[in-house]
Write a protein that binds this ligand. Sequence first.
Ligand code: ZN
Length: 320
Amino acid sequence: MSKQRDVWLREVGTRDGLQSIATIFPTAAKLEWIRLEAAAGMPEIEVGSFVPPKLLPQMADSAEVVAGAKRTPGLRVSVLVPNLRGAENALASGADQLNYVLSVSEAHSRANVRRSVQEAMDDFRRIIEYRNARPEFRHVRVAGGLATAFGCTIAGQVPVSEVFDAARKMIELGADEIAVADTVGYANPAQCRQIFREVLAIVGDVPVTAHFHDTRGLGLANVDAALDVGIRRFDASLAGLGGCPYAPGASGNVVMEDLVFMLEAMGLSTGVDLDGLLEARGHMERHLEGESTRGAFVKAGVPKGFVLAGDDVASRGGRA
Ligand code: ZN
């Protein structure tokens, strides 16, 4: 029985993690990872990215992975899309949600995707229009992601006014969700409180997701700060998978198991089972060749007397 969730989690290791390591995961192994993690109660998994295969060969099987993941009952299957072409392919694949990403930093946008922020915003509008014009895709959610919202490796600081302007425009264009991403691990808790407080005020009823990387060790501290101001949706990666094959020391997303442990310990129900997550982690690690993984919970386990959120001691009955 799944309990009511206080926090909605999205596994992104199958996209953010796998695209940034050298190992090319076999399709069947991705699907087994997705199956195991969904069985552990993960409500949403970003299973791939519709970028040209020559840019990211790790993601070349995304349509096949979506088709396989769609066989998992109850799982929201989301994918990253970088442009309209990717969105068309993602919609054709049957994905439940498209996560479009726009870099708030003008310098990063031009360097990374050779587009201005305005051109990237125009593409978001075209994706929403494309979806809206086709009744068969009306149920598909389109999320607007704001990358480099906390700083950028090229420009350094990114003015918060640009983050807020971009969020406002995406809402006007009809975004079903806004994701605010610390793409390069620059965020700190004070900055998270400031940015998320304002973004929540801008978006009204539209859900907001926080996407943190643990590059400088502040991932969970940033989650806690975002929780403080009302964020209840987070991206994370099993085993913190990620980094960059060309940048030693770069690190991946917040570690999913550590995040689930922290939230449950704080009394916030995730609907995700920790033992099930560790099983999925074990499977994932068996397919990695020399890639580093991270995580504290996997080493230490639950503390004595630990109680899951929403469980009182009596209701745990005979559970060890
Ligand atoms: Zn990321």
